[in-house]
Ligand binder design. Structure first.
Ligand code: 4AD
Ligand code: MG
Length: 476
């Protein structure tokens, strides 16, 4: 059915035209005014239903959630809050939504409630705003890389390697789990499985992206990744999307510059192109915060925070400096941190939050972590203790980016594989890269959902992906 997107009809320039609109009813007031939404904008279009024209029976069916189409003239609106409205002459109800049963009514629903109704939560202003922005961010990511000479490579989703070495992988198999074939020594006979070897869902496309970068120069992957980490937090998903650029002849400083420029570009893209949705989410955050104690509220509003990030340099410190700052901090001295702080520890969320939210009050890039807490592929620094790693932390979220310069020296990498118990036959191809035309290179991974949390101000990662996958939850 040919029809006009509402986003185009809110503008005065179309006044006087005969138009057709399709959408879902948000509200029907005074037996006369329909607020119609079609997803093209956060704003609703007002339809005016003349009582003479439409029977009681029809008007009764104009309930929240019903799908309708309408024809009429676009006129200047008398009411406040909108410039245009439609004088409806023809109306068709495509699908009723029984108010006794339709769960998304025009009242405040909790995020928890809406998660259980994830199939219908797109119909709310909040989620339609979030998913429009999510789309915009996908586009901005591809646009940025395309404009900067990167090639998009599709790395495999099924893989035999554990890039991060954290052992958090989902197994892929076609074996009959009720009757698993065994070898003589009682182990699973993987030779009889689909691939003739163990296979998993990928935790990262990095290792394959490196192969491509060492020929195409600058590449990036943007795909789904899977982690079977049993952490039920507001920042972890079992299935999430990751953006991983990889650049040949780049070192850790080039990598930081790229990450910062890229983050600023996509945040600016949201500000420039999703102003209405951000305005709505900004207001929502302020309303939600009214019920929170002062010290849990954001000092800056959502839009102020985004502008701040788009316009200010990120702080850059080493892990060693971060530990010093933490050990000299008030919460450390007053024993307020739950976890210990000493050189060698993995920074906990409370430490990261202190650094970005209290100490620096801006995004922070931490580099040169102890080798023992980072992945095998990170380049060893001359001190022999640290690696050329970099994490980017942002207020409200913590780690949003993890990356590094890669170990390009074959002998050191082989040594690392031994230390990390990575069998050479699993990574022979990755090692080959260091045999033939090896060069320094670097890259990083940005968790796409964490970026969407940051841009929308949503505080739970389950609310920025349409259908979240978390422990004990794979509904829809
Ligand atoms: O720090 P991570 O584990 O780094 C890598 O996977 C590297 N291979 C990236 C690279 O250098 N190419 O993950 C990168 C980012 C994290 O900073 C975080 O934003 C996100 O991925 N992330 C998750 N997001 C949601 N749920 C999870 N379970 C996540 N685990 C990591
Ligand atoms: Mg990380």
């Amino acid at each position: 059915m040919k029809h006009d997107p509402i986003v185009e009809l809110l503008d005065e320039s179309r006044i006087g035209q005969e138009i057709v609109v399709c959408g879902w009813i948000r509200t029907f007031r005074n037996d006369t005014f329909i607020a119609l939404n079609d997803g093209s904008t956060i704003k609703n279009l007002q339809l005016v239903i003349d009582r003479e024209h439409f029977s009681d029976d029809v008007r009764k069916r104009l309930t929240t959630g019903a799908a309708i189409s309408a024809k009429g003239e676009l006129v200047a609106s008398q009411g406040k809050g909108q410039t245009t409205e439609v004088k409806v002459t023809e109306l068709e109800i495509h699908g009723d939504a029984d108010p006794e049963e339709f769960p998304i009514q025009m009242k405040r629903h909790t995020m928890e409630f809406l998660r259980e109704k994830a199939h219908l939560r797109f119909r709310t202003s909040t989620f339609s705003a979030v998913f429009r922005i999510r789309h915009g961010m996908t586009y901005a990511v591809h646009k940025y890389f395309h404009e900067n000479g990167f090639y998009n490579v599709h790395t495999p989703i099924i893989t035999g390697s554990d890039a991060e070495g954290a052992g958090e992988m989902f197994r892929v198999t076609t074996l009959d789990l009720n009757d698993v074939p065994k070898t003589e020594d009682g182990k699973i006979d993987v030779k009889q499985d689909f691939f003739g070897k163990e296979a998993n869902l990928t935790v990262s496309g990095q290792l394959e992206a490196e192969l491509a970068a060492m020929a195409l120069g600058k590449v990036y992957t943007f795909g789904p990744t899977f982690r079977a980490e049993n952490s039920n937090t507001s920042r972890h998903l079992a299935e999430f999307w990751m953006i991983e650029p990889e650049v040949a002849f780049a070192d850790i400083v080039d990598n930081m510059d790229l990450a910062e420029d890229f983050m600023q570009y996509v945040v600016k893209y949201a500000l420039d192109n999703y102003a209405d949705d951000l305005e709505f989410l900004d207001q929502k955050e302020r309303n939600d915060e009214k019920s929170k104690p002062q010290n849990e509220r954001n000092e800056l509003s959502l839009i102020e925070r985004l502008k701040f990030v788009a316009e200010n340099n990120f702080e850059r410190i080493t892990y060693t400096e971060a530990i010093d700052i933490l050990r000299n901090s008030k919460p450390f001295k007053k024993k307020k941190f739950k976890f210990p702080v000493e050189w060698g520890i993995d920074l906990q969320s409370e430490h990261e939050r202190f650094l970005v939210e209290k100490h620096f009050k801006k995004p922070v890039i931490i580099t040169d972590y102890p080798a023992s807490i980072k992945a095998f592929y990170m380049r060893q620094n001359d001190d022999g203790k640290t690696v050329a790693a970099m994490d980017i932390l942002v207020p409200g979220i913590g780690e949003i980016i993890g990356g590094s310069q890669r170990e390009e020296r074959l002998d050191i990498l082989m040594e690392k594989c031994k230390e990390f118990d990575i069998p050479e036959e699993h990574v022979w191809w990755y090692l080959d890269l260091r045999k033939f035309g090896s060069a320094k290179h670097a890259g990083f991974g940005l968790g796409f959902e964490r970026l969407i949390m940051f841009v929308t101000g949503m505080t739970n990662i389950r609310d920025v992906i349409p259908f979240p996958r978390t422990p004990m939850n794979a509904e829809f």
